[in-house]
Design a protein around this ligand. Structure first.
Ligand SMILES: NC(=O)c1ccc[n+]([C@@H]2O[C@H](COP(=O)([O-])OP(=O)(O)OC[C@H]3O[C@@H](n4cnc5c(N)ncnc54)[C@H](OP(=O)(O)O)[C@@H]3O)[C@@H](O)[C@H]2O)c1
Length: 323
Protein backbone atom coordinates (compact mmCIF):
# COMPACT_ATOMS: atom_id res chain seq x y z
CA UNK A 1 0.00 0.00 0.00
CA UNK A 2 1.76 3.17 -1.12
CA UNK A 3 1.72 6.26 1.08
CA UNK A 4 -0.92 8.93 0.69
CA UNK A 5 -0.33 11.58 -1.88
CA UNK A 6 0.29 14.92 -0.23
CA UNK A 7 -2.78 17.06 0.22
CA UNK A 8 -2.55 20.24 -1.84
CA UNK A 9 -4.03 22.96 0.36
CA UNK A 10 -4.01 25.42 -2.55
CA UNK A 11 -6.18 23.04 -4.54
CA UNK A 12 -8.60 22.68 -1.63
CA UNK A 13 -8.89 26.41 -1.26
CA UNK A 14 -9.62 26.90 -4.94
CA UNK A 15 -12.00 23.96 -5.04
CA UNK A 16 -14.14 25.77 -2.51
CA UNK A 17 -14.69 28.66 -4.90
CA UNK A 18 -17.78 28.39 -7.09
CA UNK A 19 -16.03 29.50 -10.26
CA UNK A 20 -12.59 28.27 -9.46
CA UNK A 21 -9.63 29.07 -11.60
CA UNK A 22 -7.78 26.40 -13.47
CA UNK A 23 -5.14 24.56 -11.51
CA UNK A 24 -2.56 23.51 -13.98
CA UNK A 25 -0.16 20.75 -13.30
CA UNK A 26 2.02 19.59 -16.12
CA UNK A 27 3.36 16.13 -16.47
CA UNK A 28 5.33 14.32 -19.08
CA UNK A 29 4.69 10.67 -19.71
CA UNK A 30 7.75 8.49 -19.90
CA UNK A 31 8.78 5.92 -22.49
CA UNK A 32 6.45 5.20 -25.36
CA UNK A 33 3.52 7.29 -24.19
CA UNK A 34 3.82 10.36 -26.31
CA UNK A 35 1.47 12.74 -24.61
CA UNK A 36 2.63 15.79 -22.76
CA UNK A 37 -0.43 17.82 -21.92
CA UNK A 38 -1.79 19.99 -19.23
CA UNK A 39 -4.10 18.33 -16.80
CA UNK A 40 -6.08 19.48 -13.84
CA UNK A 41 -6.34 17.91 -10.45
CA UNK A 42 -8.27 18.54 -7.30
CA UNK A 43 -7.62 17.23 -3.79
CA UNK A 44 -10.67 15.70 -2.14
CA UNK A 45 -11.97 15.95 1.40
CA UNK A 46 -10.08 12.72 2.13
CA UNK A 47 -6.83 14.14 0.79
CA UNK A 48 -6.93 12.13 -2.43
CA UNK A 49 -5.65 13.80 -5.58
CA UNK A 50 -8.17 13.37 -8.38
CA UNK A 51 -8.25 14.51 -12.01
CA UNK A 52 -11.12 16.87 -12.87
CA UNK A 53 -12.55 14.48 -15.48
CA UNK A 54 -12.89 10.71 -15.24
CA UNK A 55 -13.02 8.04 -17.90
CA UNK A 56 -16.06 5.80 -17.37
CA UNK A 57 -15.90 2.13 -18.32
CA UNK A 58 -19.52 0.96 -18.37
CA UNK A 59 -20.94 -1.05 -21.30
CA UNK A 60 -17.62 -1.58 -23.09
CA UNK A 61 -17.48 -5.35 -22.73
CA UNK A 62 -14.54 -6.86 -24.60
CA UNK A 63 -13.39 -3.43 -25.79
CA UNK A 64 -12.79 -2.30 -22.20
CA UNK A 65 -9.07 -3.07 -21.95
CA UNK A 66 -8.15 -1.37 -25.22
CA UNK A 67 -10.32 1.69 -24.50
CA UNK A 68 -8.94 2.11 -20.97
CA UNK A 69 -5.40 1.84 -22.32
CA UNK A 70 -6.22 4.38 -25.02
CA UNK A 71 -7.86 6.79 -22.57
CA UNK A 72 -4.88 6.68 -20.21
CA UNK A 73 -2.44 7.00 -23.09
CA UNK A 74 -4.27 10.07 -24.39
CA UNK A 75 -4.12 11.75 -20.99
CA UNK A 76 -6.97 10.60 -18.73
CA UNK A 77 -5.74 9.98 -15.20
CA UNK A 78 -9.00 8.91 -13.53
CA UNK A 79 -10.95 5.70 -14.18
CA UNK A 80 -14.45 4.87 -12.94
CA UNK A 81 -15.60 1.26 -12.87
CA UNK A 82 -17.74 -1.08 -10.76
CA UNK A 83 -17.76 -4.64 -9.46
CA UNK A 84 -20.92 -5.23 -11.46
CA UNK A 85 -20.39 -7.69 -14.33
CA UNK A 86 -23.83 -6.81 -15.70
CA UNK A 87 -22.57 -3.42 -16.92
CA UNK A 88 -18.79 -3.31 -16.36
CA UNK A 89 -15.98 -5.62 -17.47
CA UNK A 90 -13.73 -4.85 -14.50
CA UNK A 91 -10.98 -7.35 -15.41
CA UNK A 92 -10.67 -5.47 -18.74
CA UNK A 93 -10.15 -2.24 -16.81
CA UNK A 94 -7.35 -3.98 -14.91
CA UNK A 95 -5.75 -5.10 -18.19
CA UNK A 96 -5.89 -1.57 -19.60
CA UNK A 97 -4.40 -0.07 -16.44
CA UNK A 98 -1.69 -2.74 -16.41
CA UNK A 99 -0.85 -2.06 -20.07
CA UNK A 100 -0.03 1.61 -19.37
CA UNK A 101 1.91 0.66 -16.26
CA UNK A 102 3.99 -1.66 -18.45
CA UNK A 103 4.74 1.40 -20.59
CA UNK A 104 5.94 3.42 -17.61
CA UNK A 105 2.95 5.13 -16.01
CA UNK A 106 2.92 4.43 -12.28
CA UNK A 107 -0.14 3.21 -10.38
CA UNK A 108 0.07 6.28 -8.12
CA UNK A 109 -0.53 8.54 -11.12
CA UNK A 110 -3.89 6.90 -11.78
CA UNK A 111 -7.03 7.58 -9.74
CA UNK A 112 -8.90 4.26 -9.74
CA UNK A 113 -12.46 4.20 -8.44
CA UNK A 114 -14.77 1.18 -8.23
CA UNK A 115 -18.17 0.44 -6.72
CA UNK A 116 -19.90 -2.00 -4.45
CA UNK A 117 -23.17 -2.84 -6.17
CA UNK A 118 -25.88 -4.22 -3.87
CA UNK A 119 -27.65 -7.45 -4.87
CA UNK A 120 -30.58 -5.66 -6.54
CA UNK A 121 -28.24 -4.08 -9.12
CA UNK A 122 -26.49 -7.32 -10.02
CA UNK A 123 -27.21 -9.88 -12.71
CA UNK A 124 -28.40 -12.84 -10.55
CA UNK A 125 -26.31 -15.19 -12.72
CA UNK A 126 -23.07 -13.22 -12.19
CA UNK A 127 -22.90 -11.91 -8.63
CA UNK A 128 -19.30 -11.07 -7.70
CA UNK A 129 -19.77 -12.03 -4.04
CA UNK A 130 -21.68 -14.57 -1.98
CA UNK A 131 -25.27 -13.24 -1.94
CA UNK A 132 -26.00 -15.34 1.16
CA UNK A 133 -23.20 -13.66 3.14
CA UNK A 134 -23.95 -10.71 5.39
CA UNK A 135 -23.99 -7.28 3.73
CA UNK A 136 -20.72 -6.41 5.47
CA UNK A 137 -19.10 -9.56 4.07
CA UNK A 138 -20.51 -8.82 0.62
CA UNK A 139 -18.77 -5.43 0.68
CA UNK A 140 -15.43 -7.00 1.65
CA UNK A 141 -15.77 -9.79 -0.95
CA UNK A 142 -16.74 -7.29 -3.66
CA UNK A 143 -13.72 -5.15 -2.85
CA UNK A 144 -11.45 -8.21 -2.93
CA UNK A 145 -12.84 -9.07 -6.36
CA UNK A 146 -12.22 -5.49 -7.54
CA UNK A 147 -8.62 -5.58 -6.33
CA UNK A 148 -8.06 -8.86 -8.17
CA UNK A 149 -9.79 -7.63 -11.32
CA UNK A 150 -7.90 -4.35 -11.29
CA UNK A 151 -4.54 -5.98 -10.47
CA UNK A 152 -3.92 -3.58 -7.62
CA UNK A 153 -3.61 -3.70 -3.83
CA UNK A 154 -5.65 -0.56 -3.18
CA UNK A 155 -8.53 1.45 -4.59
CA UNK A 156 -8.43 5.24 -4.65
CA UNK A 157 -12.19 5.35 -4.27
CA UNK A 158 -14.93 2.88 -3.32
CA UNK A 159 -18.45 4.04 -4.16
CA UNK A 160 -21.68 2.55 -2.87
CA UNK A 161 -23.50 2.14 -6.20
CA UNK A 162 -26.91 3.02 -4.81
CA UNK A 163 -28.48 3.52 -1.38
CA UNK A 164 -30.04 0.51 0.33
CA UNK A 165 -33.71 0.45 1.23
CA UNK A 166 -33.33 0.41 5.00
CA UNK A 167 -31.27 2.62 7.32
CA UNK A 168 -29.75 -0.40 9.11
CA UNK A 169 -28.60 -1.87 5.80
CA UNK A 170 -27.03 1.43 4.80
CA UNK A 171 -25.25 1.57 8.14
CA UNK A 172 -23.93 -1.98 7.84
CA UNK A 173 -22.62 -1.39 4.33
CA UNK A 174 -21.06 1.98 5.11
CA UNK A 175 -19.36 0.63 8.24
CA UNK A 176 -17.92 -2.23 6.18
CA UNK A 177 -16.61 0.35 3.70
CA UNK A 178 -15.14 2.31 6.60
CA UNK A 179 -13.42 -0.90 7.72
CA UNK A 180 -11.74 -1.17 4.31
CA UNK A 181 -10.72 2.47 4.57
CA UNK A 182 -9.25 1.87 8.04
CA UNK A 183 -7.18 -1.02 6.67
CA UNK A 184 -5.80 1.26 3.94
CA UNK A 185 -7.31 -0.87 1.17
CA UNK A 186 -9.51 2.02 0.05
CA UNK A 187 -8.36 5.65 0.16
CA UNK A 188 -11.77 7.32 0.09
CA UNK A 189 -15.49 6.52 0.06
CA UNK A 190 -18.45 7.76 -1.90
CA UNK A 191 -22.03 7.06 -2.90
CA UNK A 192 -23.91 7.09 -6.18
CA UNK A 193 -27.53 7.42 -7.29
CA UNK A 194 -28.42 9.22 -4.07
CA UNK A 195 -30.93 11.90 -5.06
CA UNK A 196 -32.37 12.65 -1.63
CA UNK A 197 -30.77 15.47 0.35
CA UNK A 198 -32.11 14.17 3.71
CA UNK A 199 -30.70 10.70 2.99
CA UNK A 200 -27.35 12.09 1.92
CA UNK A 201 -27.01 14.45 4.88
CA UNK A 202 -28.01 11.64 7.24
CA UNK A 203 -25.25 9.47 5.82
CA UNK A 204 -22.81 12.36 5.99
CA UNK A 205 -23.52 13.13 9.64
CA UNK A 206 -23.60 9.49 10.77
CA UNK A 207 -20.44 8.46 8.94
CA UNK A 208 -17.07 8.27 10.66
CA UNK A 209 -15.45 8.39 7.24
CA UNK A 210 -17.40 11.05 5.37
CA UNK A 211 -18.41 10.48 1.76
CA UNK A 212 -15.84 12.33 -0.35
CA UNK A 213 -17.76 11.72 -3.60
CA UNK A 214 -21.37 11.87 -4.74
CA UNK A 215 -21.81 10.41 -8.24
CA UNK A 216 -25.19 11.17 -9.79
CA UNK A 217 -27.08 11.46 -13.05
CA UNK A 218 -27.01 15.10 -14.08
CA UNK A 219 -30.41 15.86 -15.49
CA UNK A 220 -33.42 18.14 -15.40
CA UNK A 221 -35.71 15.66 -13.65
CA UNK A 222 -33.85 16.15 -10.35
CA UNK A 223 -33.39 19.89 -10.97
CA UNK A 224 -29.74 19.03 -11.59
CA UNK A 225 -29.37 18.11 -7.91
CA UNK A 226 -29.20 21.81 -7.06
CA UNK A 227 -29.59 21.41 -3.29
CA UNK A 228 -27.39 18.32 -3.12
CA UNK A 229 -24.67 20.14 -5.05
CA UNK A 230 -24.94 23.08 -2.70
CA UNK A 231 -24.42 20.72 0.25
CA UNK A 232 -21.47 19.08 -1.51
CA UNK A 233 -19.97 22.49 -2.16
CA UNK A 234 -20.31 23.48 1.51
CA UNK A 235 -18.77 20.22 2.73
CA UNK A 236 -16.08 20.00 0.01
CA UNK A 237 -17.59 16.79 -1.36
CA UNK A 238 -16.87 16.11 -5.01
CA UNK A 239 -19.98 15.86 -7.16
CA UNK A 240 -19.41 13.58 -10.16
CA UNK A 241 -21.86 13.63 -13.06
CA UNK A 242 -22.91 10.93 -15.49
CA UNK A 243 -25.48 11.10 -18.34
CA UNK A 244 -24.08 14.61 -18.70
CA UNK A 245 -24.38 14.67 -22.48
CA UNK A 246 -27.03 12.03 -23.11
CA UNK A 247 -29.56 13.55 -20.70
CA UNK A 248 -29.16 17.09 -22.01
CA UNK A 249 -29.64 17.14 -25.78
CA UNK A 250 -31.75 20.33 -25.59
CA UNK A 251 -28.93 22.19 -23.87
CA UNK A 252 -26.43 20.93 -26.44
CA UNK A 253 -28.68 22.15 -29.27
CA UNK A 254 -29.33 25.53 -27.69
CA UNK A 255 -28.21 28.56 -29.79
CA UNK A 256 -26.24 29.97 -26.85
CA UNK A 257 -24.19 26.77 -26.50
CA UNK A 258 -23.72 26.69 -30.27
CA UNK A 259 -22.55 30.31 -30.20
CA UNK A 260 -20.03 29.54 -27.46
CA UNK A 261 -18.80 26.53 -29.42
CA UNK A 262 -18.10 28.82 -32.39
CA UNK A 263 -16.39 31.39 -30.16
CA UNK A 264 -14.08 28.82 -28.53
CA UNK A 265 -13.76 26.77 -31.74
CA UNK A 266 -14.87 23.58 -30.09
CA UNK A 267 -17.93 21.34 -30.02
CA UNK A 268 -21.13 21.84 -28.02
CA UNK A 269 -20.39 18.80 -25.79
CA UNK A 270 -17.04 20.40 -24.97
CA UNK A 271 -18.77 23.65 -23.97
CA UNK A 272 -21.16 21.79 -21.70
CA UNK A 273 -18.40 19.70 -20.10
CA UNK A 274 -16.34 22.87 -19.67
CA UNK A 275 -19.28 24.68 -18.07
CA UNK A 276 -20.00 21.95 -15.54
CA UNK A 277 -16.32 21.64 -14.73
CA UNK A 278 -16.13 25.38 -14.09
CA UNK A 279 -19.04 25.23 -11.65
CA UNK A 280 -17.20 22.56 -9.65
CA UNK A 281 -18.57 19.29 -11.07
CA UNK A 282 -16.29 16.39 -12.03
CA UNK A 283 -17.76 14.90 -15.22
CA UNK A 284 -17.47 11.29 -16.33
CA UNK A 285 -17.16 10.52 -19.99
CA UNK A 286 -17.40 7.03 -21.38
CA UNK A 287 -16.66 7.94 -24.97
CA UNK A 288 -15.43 5.18 -27.27
CA UNK A 289 -13.95 7.63 -29.77
CA UNK A 290 -10.30 8.74 -29.63
CA UNK A 291 -11.31 12.13 -31.06
CA UNK A 292 -13.90 12.62 -28.34
CA UNK A 293 -11.42 11.50 -25.68
CA UNK A 294 -9.06 14.22 -26.84
CA UNK A 295 -11.88 16.76 -27.03
CA UNK A 296 -13.09 15.87 -23.53
CA UNK A 297 -9.56 16.36 -22.16
CA UNK A 298 -9.13 19.60 -24.09
CA UNK A 299 -11.86 21.36 -22.11
CA UNK A 300 -9.17 22.48 -19.69
CA UNK A 301 -7.39 24.47 -22.37
CA UNK A 302 -9.89 27.34 -22.39
CA UNK A 303 -12.19 29.01 -19.90
CA UNK A 304 -15.72 30.42 -20.13
CA UNK A 305 -16.23 33.88 -18.68
CA UNK A 306 -18.35 34.19 -15.51
CA UNK A 307 -21.11 35.81 -17.60
CA UNK A 308 -21.09 32.93 -20.06
CA UNK A 309 -21.39 30.47 -17.17
CA UNK A 310 -24.39 32.41 -15.87
CA UNK A 311 -26.02 32.31 -19.31
CA UNK A 312 -25.63 28.52 -19.53
CA UNK A 313 -26.92 28.28 -15.96
CA UNK A 314 -30.03 30.21 -17.02
CA UNK A 315 -30.66 27.56 -19.69
CA UNK A 316 -30.43 24.78 -17.12
CA UNK A 317 -32.96 26.62 -14.95
CA UNK A 318 -35.31 26.89 -17.94
CA UNK A 319 -35.25 23.13 -18.46
CA UNK A 320 -35.56 22.10 -14.84
CA UNK A 321 -38.63 20.15 -13.86
CA UNK A 322 -39.92 19.58 -10.37
CA UNK A 323 -39.58 15.88 -9.55
N1 LIG B 1 -23.17 5.37 -10.96
C1 LIG B 1 -23.97 4.96 -11.91
O1 LIG B 1 -25.03 4.37 -11.68
C2 LIG B 1 -23.58 5.22 -13.35
C3 LIG B 1 -24.56 5.14 -14.35
C4 LIG B 1 -24.18 5.40 -15.66
C5 LIG B 1 -22.86 5.70 -15.95
N2 LIG B 1 -21.92 5.75 -14.96
C6 LIG B 1 -20.51 6.03 -15.26
O2 LIG B 1 -20.43 7.17 -16.08
C7 LIG B 1 -19.72 6.85 -17.28
C8 LIG B 1 -20.23 7.71 -18.40
O3 LIG B 1 -21.53 7.28 -18.75
P1 LIG B 1 -22.63 8.24 -19.38
O4 LIG B 1 -23.94 7.62 -19.06
O5 LIG B 1 -22.37 9.63 -18.94
O6 LIG B 1 -22.45 8.15 -20.91
P2 LIG B 1 -21.22 7.91 -21.88
O7 LIG B 1 -20.86 6.47 -21.88
O8 LIG B 1 -20.14 8.89 -21.54
O9 LIG B 1 -21.85 8.24 -23.26
C9 LIG B 1 -22.12 9.57 -23.59
C10 LIG B 1 -22.27 9.74 -25.07
O10 LIG B 1 -21.58 10.93 -25.32
C11 LIG B 1 -20.78 10.77 -26.47
N3 LIG B 1 -19.60 11.66 -26.28
C12 LIG B 1 -18.64 11.69 -25.33
N4 LIG B 1 -17.80 12.72 -25.51
C13 LIG B 1 -18.25 13.36 -26.61
C14 LIG B 1 -17.83 14.50 -27.31
N5 LIG B 1 -16.76 15.20 -26.93
N6 LIG B 1 -18.55 14.87 -28.39
C15 LIG B 1 -19.63 14.20 -28.77
N7 LIG B 1 -20.10 13.11 -28.14
C16 LIG B 1 -19.40 12.69 -27.09
C17 LIG B 1 -20.45 9.32 -26.56
O11 LIG B 1 -20.35 8.92 -27.89
P3 LIG B 1 -18.98 8.34 -28.51
O12 LIG B 1 -18.69 7.05 -27.82
O13 LIG B 1 -19.27 8.21 -29.94
O14 LIG B 1 -17.98 9.40 -28.23
C18 LIG B 1 -21.69 8.67 -25.95
O15 LIG B 1 -22.65 8.37 -26.95
C19 LIG B 1 -19.92 5.35 -17.44
O16 LIG B 1 -18.97 4.74 -18.25
C20 LIG B 1 -19.82 4.89 -16.01
O17 LIG B 1 -18.47 4.79 -15.61
C21 LIG B 1 -22.26 5.52 -13.66
Amino acid sequence: MPGRLPCDSQDQERWSQPHFCCILSRYRLPLKLEVSRMDLFVTSLSGVRMPRILYGTAWKKERTAALVEQALTLGFRGIDTACQPKHYHEPGVGEGVQAVQDKGLSRQEIYLQSKFTPFGGQDPMRIPYDPKASLAQQVVQSCQTSLKNLQTDYLDGLILHSPLAHAEEMQEVWQAMEGLHAKGVVRQLGISNCYSLPLFTQLFHAAKVKPAVLQNRFYAETRYDRELRQFCHQQHIIYQSFWTLTANPRILRHPLVQLLARKYQCSTPQIFFRYISQIGIMPLTGTTSATHMQEDLAIFEYELTPDECLEVEAQLLTHETIP
